[in-house]
Design a protein around this ligand. Sequence first.
Ligand SMILES: Nc1ncnc2c1ncn2[C@@H]1O[C@H](COP(=O)(O)OP(=O)(O)O)[C@@H](O)[C@H]1O
Ligand SMILES: [Mg+2]
Length: 254
Amino acid sequence: MSRRKKLYEGKAKILYEGPEPGTLVQYFKDDATAFNNQKHAILEGKGVLNNRISEFIMEHLNRMSVPTHFIRRLNMREQLIREVEIIPLEVVVRNVAAGSIAKRFGLEEGEALPRSIVEFYYKSDELGDPMVAEEHITAFNWATTQEIDDMIAMALRVNDIVSGLFAGAGIRLVDFKLEFGRLYDQNDMVRVVLADEISPDSCRLWDLESNEVMDKDRFRRDLGGVTEAYAEVARRLGIMKEAGQGNGMDEAAS
Ligand SMILES: Nc1ncnc2c1ncn2[C@@H]1O[C@H](COP(=O)(O)OP(=O)(O)O)[C@@H](O)[C@H]1O
Ligand SMILES: [Mg+2]
């Protein structure tokens, strides 16, 4: 870790120079922040869980031909990724009303939306990530019309795939946030790929039956048991076996 050059330290992750040009190492910290950094805590083991959960989901997406920055996991807290030019937008997909959309439109938390909704927010901590329309995105040159269309199509495809993955684990994917980046190939051709992470930090995940919260809202709302909930998500997805976290299904199978 320290032998590598640190390029960026964010709220939940650190980016180091990768072993080859065009690669980076993404290190998952235990830091949790909410409400634009006003609330902060160290949740021991969170980074390890998010590294594994994000690896699992990104690999599944790669298998389903969704282009992502993910190459491979290196160790408990690090993964090798392709360096991209991050598009400064947070792309949010919502299936069920929760959080800001419930507040903004006076919807009941948990109400199913008439269809999946894709929203864009401008990535700026200083401004509190304001919601933006396509008009702002193209006028300020954050992304082209074609890139917006690509991001919407990929976000909806990711939603279908990841909703299915979680449903199979008895978890409802209420909403989630994606980041995309531009990947340049040898011929300087550019394409949009999925970047950053998909984890309980960036998703709202509710138990399918009890609606129990299994994501970062446990931290935001002081519900406690945050890392325990993340570990349960990992367990239900069938990961973290070799990490020594027993999975009841192992015993049943052996
Ligand atoms: N493949 C990538 N190439 C370059 N930057 C990336 C890539 N994937 C994610 N990032 C950026 O790395 C940072 C990850 O660290 P994080 O702690 O999430 O930062 P932040 O506090 O800015 O959200 C984010 O700024 C994200 O946009
Ligand atoms: Mg981030």
